[in-house]
Design a protein around this ligand. Structure first.
Ligand SMILES: Cc1cc2nc3c(=O)[nH]c(=O)nc-3n(C[C@H](O)[C@H](O)[C@H](O)COP(=O)(O)OP(=O)(O)OC[C@H]3O[C@@H](n4cnc5c(N)ncnc54)[C@H](O)[C@@H]3O)c2cc1C
Length: 407
């Protein structure tokens, strides 16, 4: 019977421990916090969007970095498997808009409780309040881990599930990165992803609190479109946020030059919008432009639009030239939002970067450099969009590592 040590009791660690214990291993799950799954508790605004009820192909389409690495993991433990596992452990689930899956109780804590109950039933040892301080390996083979509270813990296999570096108060402080590097692994720098964006533009800050629905956000690098989607976004005191912005941020990290544009009227072509503007201008006589634009935009945006299109706001409808009308159409269909960067990593939903997947066997999650060492979850250089995909990546890679380590 293999003695398997799982480091980190988050989403990946709980499932790795479960996979190993069900595979017949003697499991010790080591967690630095006073409880398991502290980050799981805050997922999905406390409701935990636990997975996405889609097939493997659609799943991989939502994975931004290294989707192909997940073939075996998603095959070994799919979203369907997660949707069967939770109810079997007393936590029924429901599917919402966008195939997002939540516990029926709408309590993230019920997900962790269900998994913890199963670990206890399987006699996995759970060491809480125990922080691993390093890994011990000799001649390319893992020997165990050192802890601050219990000294050296010997293990035949060690599964690293210490997560990324976002929301560090949940315990994810990036401890795994340094250990992997010291054992020769390549670790890409941790960067924020699924994160609000900052802007230095005064007009963006002036709109703080304004939320826009049914707009299209497009991110481009030169002529290449990296992201384009219709949905919701929000102006804030530092820049922009909301679902569209978080998703777009997943494509930003490694780019040096990009443009972010907003189509405020995605349901109309430029020609249709121009025709509508012409009609309204003709019918509005001496009405000021900013007043007229209130029929197209929320009042605060209507107030700013003339200046953003280089037209004096007091200009009357019957004074608008053809060129100015063209600028109004351009402003509506492709309003550029100047971006200065992202909010800090500590505020990111996930961490981009991490352990290079080239040095991990995708069929087992075992390190190709150190035998007996496995890596799962957000610590890997794999990341996805919102919708339950990131937790499922942690679950799938965790289960696969646990099963392989038990063999
Ligand atoms: C606010 C927020 C909302 C989110 N909502 C969703 C959502 O609804 N759906 C979704 O799919 N994803 C969501 N995510 C992302 C998701 O939570 C993560 O991708 C996922 O938790 C990663 O799992 P993990 O096990 O790899 O890492 P983590 O969950 O971060 O777990 C790592 C664990 O390792 C422990 N640890 C770290 N270092 C040590 C050490 N030295 N010794 C012992 N233990 C250690 C930590 O305490 C922690 O418990 C959200 C993230 C955030 C921040």
């Amino acid at each position: 019977m293999n003695k398997v040590i799982v480091v980190g009791g988050g989403a990946a660690g709980m499932l790795a421990a479960l996979g190993a214990a069900r595979g017949g291993a003697m499991v010790t799950l080591v967690e630095r916090n006073e409880k398991l799954g502290k980050k799981v508790y805050i997922t999905g605004k406390g409701r935990c969007n636990v997975t996405n009820a889609c097939d493997a192909e659609r799943f991989r389409a939502h994975v931004v970095k290294n989707p192909r690495f997940l073939f075996s993991a998603l095959n070994a433990f799919s979203p369907d498997d997660m949707m069967e596992l939770l109810p079997s452990l007393g936590c029924p689930v429901m599917v919402e808009r966008g195939d997002r899956v939540f516990p029926q109780s709408e309590k993230a804590s019920d997900v962790t409780k269900a998994l913890e109950r199963e670990l206890v039933r399987l006699h996995a040892q759970i060491l809480l309040n125990t922080r691993v301080s390093g890994l011990a390996a000799q001649t390319g083979h893992i020997l165990g881990v050192t802890t601050m509270e219990h000294g050296f813990l010997a293990g035949d296999k060690v599964i690293l599930c210490t997560g990324g570096q976002s929301y560090p108060t949940t315990g994810s402080t990036g401890d795994g990165y340094g250990w992997l590097q010291s054992l020769g692994h390549t670790v890409y720098p941790p960067l924020p992803s699924l994160i609000p964006l900052t802007s230095g533009a005064d007009w963006v800050k002036e709109l703080q609190g304004l939320s826009l629905k049914n707009v299209r956000l497009t991110l481009k690098n030169g002529k290449k479109t990296l992201y384009t989607e219709i949905g919701e976004m929000l102006f804030t005191h530092f820049g922009i946020s909301g679902p569209l912005v978080l998703s777009a941020s997943a494509y930003l990290a490694e780019l040096d030059s990009y443009t972010l544009t907003l189509d405020l009227k995605p349901g109309l072509t430029a020609e249709q919008l121009d025709a509508r503007l012409l009609r309204e201008l003709d019918a509005s006589g001496k009405k000021q432009l900013k007043t007229l634009l209130c029929s197209l935009y929320p009042a605060r945006l209507a107030e700013l639009m003339p200046a953003l299109c280089a037209i004096p706001p007091e200009t009357q409808a019957n004074e608008i030239t053809k060129e100015q009308r063209a600028r109004l159409v351009q402003g509506a269909k492709a309003l550029e939002i100047p971006i200065s960067g992202t909010r800090p990593l500590s505020e990111a939903v996930i961490t981009r970067g991490g352990a290079s997947v080239r040095e991990i066997n995708p069929a087992t999650m075992e390190s190709k450099l150190i035998s007996g060492l496995y890596v799962a979850g957000e610590l890997l250089d794999v990341d996805a969009l919102t919708g339950g995909f990131n937790l499922q990546i942690a679950f799938s890679t965790g289960v696969l590592a646990g099963r392989a380590a038990a063999e």
